[in-house]
Design a protein around this ligand. Sequence first.
Ligand code: NAP
Ligand code: MG
Length: 477
Amino acid sequence: MQLHFIANAPVRSSSERTLPVIDPSDGQPYDTIQRGTPEDIDAAVRAARQCFEGPWGKLSAAERGRLLMRLSLKVSACSEELAAIEQRDCGKPTKQARADALALARYFEFYAGACDKLHGETLPYQEGYTVLTWREPHGVTGHVIPWNYPMQIFGRSVGGALAAGNACVVKPSEDACVSLIRVAQLAAEVGFPAGAINIVTGLGHEVGDALARHAGVDHISFTGSPRVGTLIQQAAAERHCPVTLELGGKSPQIVFADADLEQVLPTVVNAIVQNAGQTCSAGSRLLVEDSVYEPLLERLGEAFTRLRVGPAAMDLDVGPLIRQSQQQRVWDFLSDAQHAGISLVAQGTVVDEAPQSGFYQAPTLLRDVPVAHRLAQEEVFGPVLAAMRFRDEDHAVELANATRFGLVAGVWTRDGGRMLRMARRVRSGQVFINNYGAGGGVELPFGGVKSSGHGREKGFEALYGFTTLKTVAIRHG
Ligand code: NAP
Ligand code: MG
């Protein structure tokens, strides 16, 4: 049985109830987590506050950095253990689970080095004054983490918050908690003071909601669906608590006729099948210039047909989806496509070894998807790529910007002027030219515009969001 982790100790929920932990590869429960309560959240927030006002708040920035570096090294040393936990809990193929554990170590490394580089300024002002700005931590930060990349999103969100000097209360998704409980234990082992990192598990509408509403939480970082993002922002607005929202996307890969198709092909495939398409920055729309549309689709179809899907431990191209309801969601999109007469170009194969009770979905390439159809507008969060053609640069921009999202975009062209025009005209938080980061790049600020959310995590930029600026004006004559 897994317990909450509050003030460096395992804690049972006041509900005395548990939830099952399910292996997506076979759909079977194999452990339990605590079904947390608002009282559990309250205990975690109080622990965080005490730590912030006590030992954590008293550490110098350099000392915080040293602790984060020790945690980075510990996570690296335990990366196989963490990857194995994640593989079973989330159905990640081995390569992906390992990459996630190492990315977590890298986030802590990056933010370890950043702690003592964050500083304010001295401002020119009137004669007889000295004016300073300080970057202060918010205090207690709340982190609602989704199930698709628990370790990576914990690293970017909690890593940045700790570097800035906050104490953290984390609500992971009920479908993906186990690795994060272990990471919090590792943090205690390397010397983080009790209350710096607290984990409370449970259901979103119970403990996630309680965290967003808690008066003792000074900042909320949320990654997940637009629907819940709205609820979080509304709850936080009641007490004017700042929020960072990362709400996913419908990110376009825009391929011009002059692009190097040898580079385009593997990257476009990976950007939609990585993590079974359950990636906020998945390249889920493929926009292709008329003259290369048919040849590119033909070759992509061949690549999709070769993809193999199976149990996480087999380490194939694609593992299972996280849970049955997510599988059903993908099926609903595909049946809508069929009813709308949208043609299927190719599908991968679910291998015979995959248990019927697992949550598998073959990667699927669809063509000529109408721009208004929900497959061109909504996040499927599965390995489904919607292709459509464009006439020229203006048309490409129009299609790229024709959703309510704006997280990431990929542009493929050899024309230098076009690279820059496209980067300026596409509305998104990140633009990749002749590559596609798909969420990688710890150093690169990440976040959206429009319904993809607001605020930036990752990179040094994140530290500005996890701090508040104080201006100090001294009149000394
Ligand atoms: P979700 O409901 O938004 O879940 C994200 C997180 O919010 C989870 O920790 C969840 O906890 C929690 N939560 C749920 N209801 C809450 C509430 N009322 N108050 C506070 N926290 C709450 O996302 P989902 O249902 O797992 O996935 C649905 C869709 O969201 C996906 O298909 C995808 O489109 C999108 N999504 C996007 C991202 C991203 O990276 N942008 C990540 C995940 C999902 P529980 O899971 O324990 O309920
Ligand atoms: Mg699970």
